[in-house]
Design a binder for this molecule. Structure first.
Ligand SMILES: *[C@@H]1O[C@H](CO)[C@@H](O)[C@H](O)[C@H]1NC(C)=O
Length: 148
């Protein structure tokens, strides 16, 4: 499993997650991958973090961590199938990786990294610009499935 994030100016660090994503390891990821990504793109206070409602994202520990870091988190409906734009990025990456057909873990990781690093910035912009429409669609579907 991998963790990644992106913003208008590019992708952040990609983090390899071994085993289950437990609470402590989620905070580890945030400290080791989110914070450096925020620094990489020189985000200051004018940004909001988006994440879906996976249990480790919603844990007391991570809520507290976001509070301490003064990171604003977007409100997220209980069921959020198509709201998260990074899911579209994972789909894109998984297609590219299938084309490369890696034969072991190290080739797989390299394929993920090289795909991640070559993501077209316009793709990120399109995904970010889709957020108002995505939010509308999710509201209209009362938190259910949308075309995204
Ligand atoms: C992975 O596969 C490649 C190509 O077959 C090989 O060169 C490489 O040594 C393998 N790496 C590991 C860690 O097995």
């Amino acid at each position: 499993m991998v963790w990644g994030c992106f913003c208008w100016s590019g992708v952040g660090l990609l983090w390899k997650v071994s085993g289950n994503l437990k609470i402590n390891s989620y905070i580890d990821i945030l400290e080791n991958a989110l914070i450096p990504s925020v620094d990489l793109h020189s985000l200051h206070s004018d940004w909001t973090f988006q994440q879906d409602n996976a249990p480790c994202h919603r844990s007391k520990g991570s809520k507290q961590w976001f509070g301490e870091q003064k990171i604003e988190i977007m409100n997220w409906p209980a069921q959020s199938p198509n709201l998260n734009p990074i899911e579209n990025l994972w789909d894109h990456i998984s297609l590219r990786i299938q084309e490369k057909s890696p034969s072991n873990h190290s080739e797989l990781w390299n394929a993920i990294l090289s795909t991640w690093d070559s993501i077209d910035i316009n793709k990120l912009h399109t995904l970010i610009e889709s957020m108002p429409q995505r939010c509308k669609a999710v509201i209209q579907a009362r938190g259910g499935t949308t075309k995204y």
